[in-house]
Design a protein around this ligand. Structure first.
Ligand code: G3H
Length: 478
């Protein structure tokens, strides 16, 4: 197995950590490095052993350590954000590390929901006497494999790590190749908090090299993945373990005639172009009623013209997309739409991986961009004649992550929300994951399982019952 790329990442990671004055006192055994298959086996073995004693650690102690990690993460916010700027070209304004709050909330929520069990008596079911008492509680799954995406290598890693740990699981983290340095810095914060050795491990490397080996590893008891359609392949291969999959999206923004148009415009701008459109919850298609389409397009264009384009270090609004192949893919979608007659509201411009923001008007269903996810700063607009047409387009998508609707009529909004086949519908706001304790889920090719702090804790546990059998009445009487 080739591990050179991942070594480089890990090596660069250490250099960057030093540069950012992250304490380098992590013992070598806990310092994440790239791993061969043999090393992966070893990590899973160590992780399994660490989990056994972690599961016996009292819940309040687990919570205490998580609170400690939360405080350290908050202290390290700035250098971690700097990593995000350097590594994944996130503009400083978008490089918000909200992980500390997420960890604290998770510790508090975990104490509440895991501190409670159920008590059932048998005579509530027909044919039974009151001779059986059932005690059930939630117990950990074992080793959780967490695979976060490049666009949120820290926050989305922590959204998997914290629920796993509070529930008594151990954690193997496979950070994205781009974003590994920031993720390693975050893991270092957990190590500084004093979590037991081997409880949180990192495996760096290209998904194409170690992905299958890790995700099909018999020692892994749960996978929480966020990313692209690789998640579909993982789901097919993973076997009988709980899966949490957050995959792509084609989040639609439906704008009715009675909408607050300025609010819709700001939401399209923020929702479509923040972090250059590289968010699973980005606005990926605008479905606007014909009668207000000209106004919407004109107002969005005026704002697009003001977006700054350039390097993340200058805190530009639009920065280079993550890889050359991503940029090529986005260009392919634009060229296809252009060739088929879409109106390019701005001149298409690209320098390397940097693509200038672009609104494409009069997109039609025969164009790829009507259905495919650009993951870049290009937003298609489809003009619709009826709300039903908008809902139909949204539901014809293979994806179903989020959607949004803009209208002042709350009754209509609720009816449209009910009709949209997506995990979440936002009324009068762009799609978004947060706040992090809200349920977050996709349907169809957008994923399986629900996230959000409570749902993740529940998903990373299983129910264990103990039944106390009392002597039967006939036996006692006899
Ligand atoms: O990219 C996927 C993330 O879950 C989106 O999170 O809505 O906070 O940007 P966000």
């Amino acid at each position: 197995m080739m591990v050179c790329t991942s070594s480089t990442v890990a090596e660069n990671g250490r250099n960057l950590l030093r540069e950012n004055q992250c304490p380098s006192s992590t013992p070598p055994t806990e310092r994440p490095t790239s791993k061969s298959k043999e090393e992966v086996n070893k990590i899973v073995e160590v992780s399994k052993a660490a989990q056994k004693s972690w599961a016996k650690t009292p819940l309040w102690k687990r919570a205490e350590l998580l609170h400690k990690a939360a405080a350290i993460l908050k202290e390290h916010k700035v250098p971690i954000a700097k990593c995000l700027v350097n590594e994944i070209a996130k503009p400083a304004k978008d490089a918000v590390v909200r992980s500390g709050d997420l960890v604290s909330y998770c510790a508090e929520e975990g104490v509440r929901i895991l501190g409670e069990g159920k008590f059932l008596v048998s005579d509530s079911f027909p044919g039974n006497e009151r001779t059986k008492y059932c005690l059930s509680s939630k117990i950990p799954l074992g080793v959780v494999l967490a695979i976060p995406p490049f666009n949120y290598p820290v926050n989305l890693a922590v959204s998997k790590i914290a629920p796993a740990l509070i529930a008594g699981n151990s954690l193997v983290l496979k950070p994205p190749t781009q974003g590994a340095v920031a993720a390693l810095h975050m893991v270092h914060c957990f190590h500084l908090a004093g979590f037991p050795k081997g409880l949180i491990s990192c495996v760096t490397g290209k998904g194409s090299e170690i992905g299958d080996f890790l995700t099909m590893h018999p020692g892994v008891n749960c996978i929480s993945f966020t990313g692209g359609d690789t998640g579909i392949a993982i789901s097919k291969k993973a076997g009988m373990i709980p899966l949490q999959m957050e995959l792509g999206g084609k989040d639609a923004c439906i704008i009715l005639e009675d909408a607050d148009l300025d609010l819709a415009v700001i939401s399209i701008l923020k929702g479509g172009f923040a972090y250059s459109g590289q968010r699973c919850t980005a606005v990926k298609v605008v479905l606007v009623m014909e009668s207000v389409a000209d106004t919407i397009v004109e107002k969005v264009n005026a704002k697009v013209a003001k977006l700054t384009v350039g390097p993340p270090e200058d805190d530009c609004d639009i920065t280079p997309v993550v890889t050359e192949s991503s940029a090529n893919f986005i260009e392919g979608l634009v060229m296809d739409a252009k060739q088929k007659g879409a109106t390019l509201c701005q001149e298409y411009k690209r320098e390397g991986n940097l693509i200038w923001p672009l609104l494409l008007d009069k997109v039609r269903p025969d164009m790829r961009i009507a259905w495919e996810e650009p993951f870049g700063p290009v937003v298609p607009v489809i003009r619709i004649k009826s709300v039903e047409e908008g809902i139909h387009h949204c539901n014809a998508s293979n994806f179903g992550l989020q959607g949004c609707v803009f209208t002042k009529d709350i009754n209509k909004a609720i009816l449209i929300s009910d009709a949209m086949e997506t995990g979440t519908v936002q009324i009068n706001s762009a799609p978004a994951r947060g706040p992090d304790h809200f349920p977050f889920q996709g349907v169809k090719e957008s994923g399986i399982g629900s996230q959000g702090i409570t749902n993740s804790i529940n998903m990373m546990t299983k129910i264990k019952s103990t039944v106390i059998n009392l002597p039967t009445p006939s036996y006692t009487m006899g």
